[in-house]
Design a protein. Structure first.
Length: 299
């Protein structure tokens, strides 16, 4: 059974708070157990308003993945941003993540990202292709395709950021999770615990994250996907029609991307259907045949 420790690591302009799972106390290069050294580590990136703790239930059930890292992303959890607002943009955040891997001498690893963390994961995979072996993108997009779409989204992000900063945070969260995107999540038995974890965040820092690393600020990655050679698994929920359409388009256009639709869930697959999510992730990382996957992600 892997044990988890929480560590604070300063790299570049960040003081990252990281949850780290290792299987044993025997050490080799970089302080990782001998058994773990024979397997690829996994980097887990959470979504907006989340933290590395969001992955606890998933990682604790991944018996075949004994070395995992789950950082709090800038603006979230206990991670501190030491620079100015520019430090919240995707490019410097990605660079900070790479520096974090370098600190632990992790030359390559698997990568999992959900929603906002999925957008960051895709950016990392495309900008640093030698660092990631196989990538799982859950409920995320390569970005908006046009300048007009990004401008419209920036205006929306600004309005939401202002709402987060200026109103009662619990009331904001209640409104946020009433969106159709989260309809099935809000009915899940784990939702009250999730809501309490969200309340541990700073509304002001979440506002900065949304302004500078929201979809409106993200560069479009659609064209960059044409050059991708890293195997990518797209995971979407049956009831998440928006991201099913996006995943379907990605899968149709790019031969190294495949898609699986998880039944009876919406946007937050890893929480709503954890066992199915874990099964698909482990099979993908084990490079098992993927014929079992449903590649028809659209409606």
């Amino acid at each position: 059974m892997s044990s988890v420790v929480a560590q604070t690591v300063q790299v570049g302009g960040y003081r990252f708070h990281v949850r780290r799972w290792q299987e044993s106390t025997e050490t080799c290069r970089g302080g990782v157990s001998e058994q773990v050294c024979l397997q690829k580590p996994v980097l887990w990136l959470h979504g907006f308003m989340g933290s590395g703790n969001d992955w606890d239930a998933v990682i604790n059930q991944c018996s075949d993945l004994p070395h995992s890292l789950a950082p709090d992303l800038p603006g979230h959890g206990k991670t501190e941003v030491l620079g100015g607002d520019e430090s919240y943009h995707m490019a410097p955040v990605a660079e900070g993540i790479i520096q974090l891997l370098d600190r632990w001498e992790i030359e390559s690893c698997h990568l999992v990202g959900y929603s906002m963390g999925g957008r960051l994961a895709l950016y990392l995979a495309l900008q640093y292709p030698t660092r990631f072996c196989r990538v799982v993108i859950e409920s995320a997009s390569p970005g908006l395709k046009t300048t007009a779409e990004r401008q419209s989204r920036r205006e929306w992000d600004e309005a939401i950021a202002h709402d987060i900063e200026s109103t009662d945070f619990r009331a904001f969260l209640n409104r946020w999770y009433q969106q159709p995107l989260f309809a099935s999540l809000s009915q899940h038995p784990c939702f009250p615990d999730l809501l309490e974890r969200r309340l541990q965040n700073s509304p002001d820092l979440l506002g900065r994250s949304l302004r500078y690393m929201g979809s409106g600020q993200q560069p479009s990655l659609w064209d960059a996907l044409n050059e991708n050679a890293t195997p990518i698994l797209l995971v979407v929920g049956e009831h998440d029609s928006k991201y099913r359409r996006i995943a379907d388009e990605i899968g149709d256009r790019h031969q190294h991307c495949q898609c699986v639709v998880i039944p009876n869930c919406g946007h937050t697959v890893h929480l709503e259907q954890a066992k199915q999510f874990i099964n698909h992730v482990q099979r993908f990382f084990d490079e098992l045949p993927l014929e079992y996957l449903n590649t028809e992600c659209g409606d």
